[in-house]
Design a protein around this ligand. Structure first.
Ligand code: CAO
Length: 534
C-alpha cells in the first residue's frame, strides 16, 4: 500500500475555513482533481480537489471542523483504484505558490485625479483556470457600482467566482455577455469613475488645467486594481442569490432547473447540500406523481370468468394506442357537427361511372371530400397550423397535405396525399386508392405517412350517424365522415328528398377557436353543396 495524505491547498485566505461538506467517504475511489471537500469562510466557499488518485483509506476531517492551509484531509492508498498518481506538490512549491498569491497584483497605470477617468475592470487572478464561463452578469450598462460590487459571476468546473469591481463608478460598457468565456487580465467592463460626468470619456482641457493648478502633485486616483481571487467562491453571488449553497450544488440545481430558494438546507447555517437537492427533487416528483398521473386500471384475471385467448398486438396497433393516448391527454378536443347536402355531388359522381371505369378508378365521395378540405384549408388557414412545442409560436403551413385514415388488418394507418390543392378529383381518387391498397398490403413507407396538415377519417362506407374523431396531433383538425343518407329537407314550401352527409370536425382548442371552427365547417359544407369540382 502506498499512502498519501491530501492536504488543504492554498485557499487564498489567511484565517481558518470551515468544512461545509465532506464529499467522499472511506473506500471511495478518487480521480486526481476530484472534489473531496467544500470549505467556506464567512463569505466564500471553495471545493478542494484531491491531489492524488487512489482509494480513500481514512477521512481525517468532518463537517464543522476549522482547517488552515496545509491541514490533512484524507489518507489515500495510491496503489489502489487510479493509475495516475500526480505527485503531491512539494512543500517548497506550495510555499512558492502561496508567496506568489500574496504578492500584490500588478497595478494599472494611474490617471490624474480630476480627469474623468475611464476605468477598465479586468478579470483578476482566478487561479489556473483559463477560459472560464460567464454565468451571470450582475450589472448592466448605466448602473452605478461601488468598489467591490459584483460585476459578474464566472464558473469553472470546480468553482463559481464573483468578479468584483475594482473601483466605484458608472458602468459605461459591458464587454462580455452570459455564456462568453474569459481569462485572467481580460477587460470585462469599462467604468466612468465617480465624480466625472457620464459620457465624457476624454478629459476636458479646462478641467484638466484647473486640476493641475489646484493640486500640481496630487497623487493618482485609486487605480483599477484587480483583486486577487484564487479559486474563491462568493456563495451568494449567482442566480439563486438568496440560497446558501456551494458551486457544485448550484450547478446541479441549474441542470435540474430547480430554484434553490425553495430547497431547505440541512448543512451548517442552513447550507444546501447535494443530498438536500436530491431529496427536494425526489419529493417534487412524488408530489407530481400524486397529482397528475393517471390512476392505472387494475389488472384483472379474466380467465376467472371464462375462456380467454391472449393475442399479441401488432406494431401498428401499439403505435396507434400510444398516439391516441398522447393526443387524448394533450389536446383539448372540441367536436362540431353539420350535414352537407351532397345531392348534386352524388348525381355528378354517379354520372362519372363510365369515365371512372375508363380510367380504372373508383370514384367515391372521399375524393371530393379531400379536395373540398384542401380548398377550405386555403380559405380558413387557421386550421393549417401546428403548435410549436415551445408554447409561444404557431407554425403556419404554406402547403396542403391531407392524411386519410385507412383501416387495415394490421391496424389503423394514415397515408398522406401531398399538395392536394394542386390535384384534381381524378388524381385524388387514384392516389387515395393506391395509398389505401398499399396500406392494406403493409407496403407504406414512413414518408408516405408524414407531413400531413389535416386528416379525414371516413366511416361512410361502414355506417353511423356521427362520431368524434381524435385529432392526429400535431395537426390541429380532423374531419369525421359518416354515412350519407337520403333525408327529407324543407325547401321553404315542402319537404324534398336530399342526400345529407353527416360531418364531424374535431379540433385542438389550444390552436383554434370555436368561431374559426364554425367558419371552417360552414365553408366546407357550402363547397360540398355547390359544384366546386367543375
Ligand atoms: N356515405 C355513404 N356511402 C359512402 C360514403 C359515405 N360517406 N363513403 C363511401 N361510401 C360508399 C362508396 O361510395 C362505396 O360505394 P360504391 O361502391 O357503391 O360507390 C362504398 O361506400 C365503399 O367505399 P370504400 O370504402 O371502398 O371507399 P372510400 O373511398 O369511401 O374509403 C377508405 C376509402 C380508405 C377511407 C376506407 O376504405 C377506410 O379504410 N375507411 C375506414 C377509415 C377508418 O377506419 N376510420 C376510423 C379512423 S378513427 O378510428
Amino acid at each position: 500500500m502506498s499512502k498519501q495524505i491530501v492536504i488543504v491547498p492554498d485557499i487564498g485566505t489567511d484565517g481558518a475555513a470551515e468544512v461545509a461538506e465532506v464529499l467522499v467517504s472511506e473506500g471511495d475511489i478518487l480521480e486526481v482533481e476530484q472534489s473531496v471537500l467544500v470549505l467556506e469562510t464567512d463569505k466564500a466557499s471553495v471545493e478542494v480537489p484531491s491531489s492524488h488518485a487512489g482509494r480513500v483509506t481514512a477521512v481525517l476531517v468532518k463537517e464543522g471542523d476549522e482547517l488552515q492551509t496545509g491541514a490533512a484531509i484524507l489518507e489515500i492508498d495510491t496503489s489502489a483504484g487510479g493509475e495516475s498518481t500526480e505527485a503531491a506538490k512539494p512543500e517548497a512549491e506550495e510555499k512558492a505558490t502561496k508567496e506568489k498569491a500574496e504578492e500584490p497584483a500588478p497595478q494599472q497605470e494611474a490617471k490624474p485625479a480630476a480627469a474623468p477617468a475611464r476605468i477598465e475592470v479586468t478579470v483578476p487572478d482566478i487561479g489556473d483556470a483559463a477560459d472560464v464561463e460567464v454565468i451571470e452578469l450582475s450589472v448592466k450598462e448605466g448602473d452605478e457600482v461601488q468598489e467591490g460590487d459584483s460585476i459578474l459571476v464566472l464558473e469553472s468546473d470546480k468553482a463559481s467566482m464573483e468578479i468584483p469591481s475594482s473601483a466605484a463608478g458608472q458602468v459605461i460598457e459591458l464587454l462580455v455577455k452570459e455564456g462568453d468565456t474569459v481569462k485572467q487580465g481580460q477587460v470585462i467592463a469599462v467604468l466612468q469613475s465617480s465624480g466625472s460626468a457620464p459620457g465624457t470619456d476624454e478629459p476636458k482641457a479646462s478641467s484638466e488645467a484647473e486640476t493641475k493648478a489646484a493640486a500640481p502633485s496630487q497623487p493618482a486616483p485609486a487605480p483599477a486594481q484587480p483583486s486577487p481571487l484564487t479559486s474563491e467562491v462568493l456563495v451568494n453571488a449567482s442566480p439563486d442569490s438568496e440560497a446558501y449553497a456551494g458551486p457544485a450544488v448550484r450547478k446541479l440545481a441549474r441542470q435540474l432547473d430547480v430554484d434553490l430558494r425553495k430547497v431547505k438546507g440541512s448543512g451548517p447555517r442552513g447550507r444546501i447540500t447535494k443530498e438536500d437537492l436530491r431529496a427536494y427533487v425526489r419529493e417534487a416528483l412524488k408530489q407530481a406523481g400524486k397529482g397528475a398521473a393517471i390512476p392505472a386500471v387494475p389488472a384483472v384475471d379474466f380467465a376467472r370468468f371464462g375462456e380467454i385467448k391472449r393475442v399479441k398486438m401488432s406494431k401498428i396497433q401499439r403505435a396507434t394506442a400510444a398516439n391516441m393516448h398522447r393526443a387524448w391527454l394533450n389536446v383539448p378536443h372540441v367536436t362540431q357537427f353539420d350535414d352537407a347536402d351532397i345531392t348534386e355531388l352524388e348525381a355528378y359522381r354517379k354520372a362519372q361511372k363510365a369515365e371512372a371505369e375508363k380510367r380504372g378508378v373508383k370514384l367515391t365521395p372521399l375524393a371530393f371530400l379531400i379536395k373540398a378540405c384542401a380548398l377550405t384549408l386555403k380559405a380558413e388557414p387557421s386550421f393549417n397550423v401546428s403548435l410549436d412545442p415551445g408554447g409561444e409560436h404557431i407554425i403556419e403551413k404554406q402547403y396542403v397535405h391531407i392524411g386519410i385514415a385507412v383501416d387495415t388488418p394490421q391496424g389503423l394507418v394514415v397515408p398522406v396525399i401531398r399538395d392536394v390543392d394542386q390535384k384534381d378529383i381524378w388524381q385524388l381518387a387514384e392516389e387515395s386508392m393506391e395509398l389505401a391498397t398499399k396500406a392494406r398490403e403493409g407496403k407504406l413507407m414512413p414518408r408516405d405517412m408524414q407531413g400531413g396538415c389535416f386528416t379525414i377519417s371516413s366511416l361512410g362506407a361502414i355506417g353511423g350517424r356521427g362520431f368524434t374523431p381524435i385529432v392526429n396531433t400535431p395537426e390541429v383538425g380532423i374531419l369525421g365522415v359518416s354515412k350519407a343518407s337520403v333525408q327529407p329537407a324543407w325547401d321553404g314550401k315542402k319537404f324534398v328528398p336530399r342526400t345529407l352527409l353527416p360531418l364531424s370536425l374535431s379540433y385542438d382548442h389550444r390552436a383554434i377557436n370555436g368561431a374559426d371552427a364554425g367558419r371552417f365547417l360552414t365553408h366546407l359544407v357550402g363547397l360540398l353543396g355547390s359544384a366546386f369540382w367543375e
